[in-house]
Design a protein around this ligand. Sequence first.
Ligand SMILES: [Mn+2]
Length: 339
Amino acid sequence: MNQGIMQYNPPLPGPAVPIIEALKKNRSFIIAPHENIDGDALGSTLALFLTLDKMGKEVYAYSADGVPELFMFLNGIEKIKNAPPPSPAQVAVLLECSYPDRISGGYPPERLGSFTVNIDHHPINGDYTDLSWVDHEMSSCCEMAYYIVRELGGLDADTASALFVGIMTDTGALQFSNVNSHTHIVLAHLLQFGIQGSEIIKKVYRERPIAYLRLFGRVADTLQRLDDGSVAWADLDCAMLDECGIEQKELQTLTEDLNRIKDTDIFVLFKALDEGKIRVSLRSNETRVDNIARKFGGGGHTQAAAFDFKGTLEEAHSAVLSEIRNAKKQPGLIKQEAR
Ligand SMILES: [Mn+2]
């Protein structure tokens, strides 16, 4: 560390203060990310785990659906368990769980802690915990966790790497409009802990197992475009995963990797991986997609949202594409500022 670090210390957001107090004064914690863990939920889970552990607290962090191979290079990642927590802690810290049914493993909050804390950057949050910090202006949950980790004295190369991964994966390596000057200042501070930012970006954004690239090819083969080409979609099913030897949890970057079609506004990935249910992921450049996801009982951000559709792939195609057509016809929904 050198003296320059001070100049990158952005001011602590007010809502983080009571959460920091709760973490300081309690002894035992469970850290729970959302189901289908992604880089952001994972980075914040790991950074908070390492920080509380270093403070001598009793802490259990888990991801019921495991940890994607892509993130296994992070130091301390093996401390995140797949098994459910043995018993509730004093405090459960829920990360990006907009609603209780998003909690990894489907456990109710009271099963995890007698006092619950919620940290989230999704625009709509159920406000179901004792303490809550929800700020949709934040690029990522990791940008929020940064402040908590920093105030608790937890910033070091390992926590900085974990937080860096989450900020990068949730901003598409700074390509999305959720990035602002604060995000850059936080990243600048993290880089001062001796982490190799360019190496991390390479691992997360460039290096792909060959089986993954084969799967990418199979899914890209299903690409179709609507009308004027402003809407594109692709399909994925279990047979493709089996043929390519890829597990479901390794698909974290697939939507992002596919969503780079020139002159396309909305990209939709239909994942037929569970009986009678299609997981639909939406990405957009201009049209808001969180409103579309909400119509189907899901949610997310203005430019990245998702939901589960009950029915067949064909039914999902027809319902979702007609809803997108409607959304694009309503001027109020088009070309809004993303954040
Ligand atoms: Mn996130």
